[in-house]
Ligand binder design. Structure first.
Ligand SMILES: *[C@@H]1O[C@H](CO)[C@@H](O)[C@H](O)[C@H]1NC(C)=O
Ligand SMILES: *[C@@H]1O[C@H](CO)[C@@H](O)[C@H](O)[C@H]1NC(C)=O
Length: 257
């Protein structure tokens, strides 16, 4: 019995490491999908982070585009590139009938700007599209309000990062980039993430980043394998071990390629 399961596990592992993108779908980079973070009755405001995909601007320009101090802009390494994490105050708002947590900034509209270009090229596709505001106010030279979704959670151990799914990202990548547990990302984005191996380019996700970092992934694997062999031949432990090994292999595969 156990050896048959192990065999299936190995086949699945092999398959997933060879075809890690088997279950992800690429969409046009101009489609961003935002489902705002629901306000909690107990939290009106908190500190949150916005993930800024490198747009070629200087840090000073970014600070000004997000209306923050330079001290609120921190670099984060994504592959061979340097992206930024912007710390912002995040509060529960009602934006023309859409309620959720948001951070607002102002953008001065320039010649030949479109709302979606501004959102995609400057704000990583995170600006909420409010049609009435665009009709009324998106004109050259005007100060246009940009509503960026953010998230708040109870307790001090996590900070929510607003993250836009990039090409070839998997939840495992995002989790290790931002020190978040995969299952916590899933729980926080239930409306979008129904299947953890299916995420789409342009989705705006809320990622609960552990302030003190994550435990090493190998630890759980080691413990469950030990449990299975030494203490009890519990089939559940074998599954945990198997799941663990798959995750380790898949994440190593992504790091290497
Ligand atoms: C946010 O952070 C600042 C400085 O780090 C702190 O003074 C402030 O109290 C925090 N706000 C909330 C709502 O936690
Ligand atoms: C949000 O504001 C709109 C008006 O812009 C109002 O009609 C609506 O009832 C408000 N919703 C909530 C939940 O307060």
């Amino acid at each position: 019995m156990a050896s048959v399961d192990l065999f299936h596990c190995l086949i699945l592992t092999l398959f997933l490491s060879l075809f890690p993108q088997a279950f992800s779908l690429a969409a046009s980079p101009t489609t961003s999908v935002i489902v705002p973070f629901q306000c909690s009755a107990t939290i009106a405001t908190c500190n949150a982070s916005l993930y800024h995909i490198n747009s070629g601007f200087q840090k000073e320009e970014i600070a000004s585009l997000y209306s923050v101090d330079l001290s609120q802009v921190k670099p984060i390494k994504y592959s061979n590139r340097e992206d930024l994490l912007i710390s912002v105050p995040c509060s529960c708002k009602n934006i023309s009938g859409t309620t959720g947590y948001f951070y607002d900034t102002i953008y001065k509209v320039k010649l030949s700007d479109t709302f979606s270009d501004v959102s995609n090229n400057i704000y990583s596709g995170q600006a909420l599209s409010v049609i009435e505001e665009q009709k009324k106010n998106f004109t050259i030279g005007s100060d246009f309000p940009i509503h960026l979704p953010c998230g708040c959670v109870d307790g001090d151990s996590q900070i929510v990062v607003t993250y836009t799914v990039q090409e070839k990202d998997t939840l495992t990548d995002i989790g290790s980039l931002l020190s978040a547990k995969i299952e916590n990302i899933e729980t926080m984005n239930k409306k979008l993430v129904e299947n953890p191996s299916f995420i789409v380019l342009g989705w705006v996700l809320f990622v609960p980043s552990e302030k003190n970092g994550l435990k090493k992934p190998g630890e759980l694997c080691f413990r469950s394998i030990l449990f299975f062999f030494v203490f009890q031949h519990d089939i559940e432990m074998l599954f945990v071990a198997c799941w663990c090994i798959i995750n380790l292999l898949v994440s190593n595969f992504h790091k290497n390629y």
